[in-house]
Design a binder for this molecule. Sequence first.
Ligand code: MEV
Length: 365
Amino acid sequence: MVQASAPGKCILFGEHAVVYGQPAVAVAIDQRMSVGLEPSDVWRIDGMRFDPSRHPHVEALKQRLWKDGPPLAIKIHGDIPPASGLGSSAALSVAASAALRCARGRQIKDDDWAEGWTAASPEDAYSGPWELKKGDFVEVGAKAVDVDECAILAHAVEATAQGGRASPLDSSVCAHGGCIVLSDKIENDLNWIYSRSLNGVSWEVHSVELPKSTEDVWLVIGNTGIHAPTSQQVAYVASLIEEHPDRIREIETIGIISRRGITALVEGNMENVGRAMSENHLMLRNLGISCPELESLISAAAPSSLGVKLTGAGGGGCMIALTRNPKETSEAIELAGGRTLISRIAAQGMTVDFEGESTLWNPFE
Ligand code: MEV
């Protein structure tokens, strides 16, 4: 059995605008998805026959990392509610990439990885199965797993599921954990990790060391229970801008608010972080991606919070409240009909949690 897990995420600033290259900030949350793999006679997910149409992310990863490999029984579990804007699909994709990569092992040739992220160009992850180059196969277990590789694979499969429009925000934060900032340029005050580009949009991906003061605040996540597919919400914003090109200014304003939020986060000024979150929400509401249920949870949480906003694609899903009183805020949201989760800001990224029989497929045998 090989098992890997990855955290969900909350977007603090910049959802939707990030699809157009504006800066955005996301943090990993305490809730996680875990993927376990075992050899099997036929492909199964959670005991049922694997149906690629029900699990498009797993299917896309299988095509990239496990083409022609032996069947596996896949076990998925976790406490991230699906389709709620908390990155459940990105966390699943990252954890599945890590588990598949660990189970496939990796070859080493001339002291270097013979295939995979370090040898392949990033575009390969987007285009499909990776070419195998014959080399010396070694069992390397969890060491075969590379965080950047899992992030890029998860982005590739998210993009496929979202009709080609997906920023690398969810995939990066679910892989790396902590706090991730995307921007259209390299930000000197932040730790730049890599560049990504897809369909003509480029992002510079950074990680942010959060100051101590972020440890005294919590995120209370309020779930409306309404499922709103990200692809539809992203397509709605795209059509809005196509019909009214001047509304791109609202997207740019979200970018300006995100920048203010990033400065406040780095300084550890949580009052200003909260203020920027609430302003960001007003812009998202104007764009038409909130809904009455989100608004009622947001109004309920506001009096006990530093800042409140919807998080993720909107149209349902979740809101978040940044608060020093998680119990009070959580009770207020529940009274208004939401289901709550509480998380600290910036949880640990992906991990390989267990590797018994770690190599389940040697493609060169
Ligand atoms: C979804 O969690 C965030 C969006 O900005 C889409 C994306 O970044 O790909 C709505």
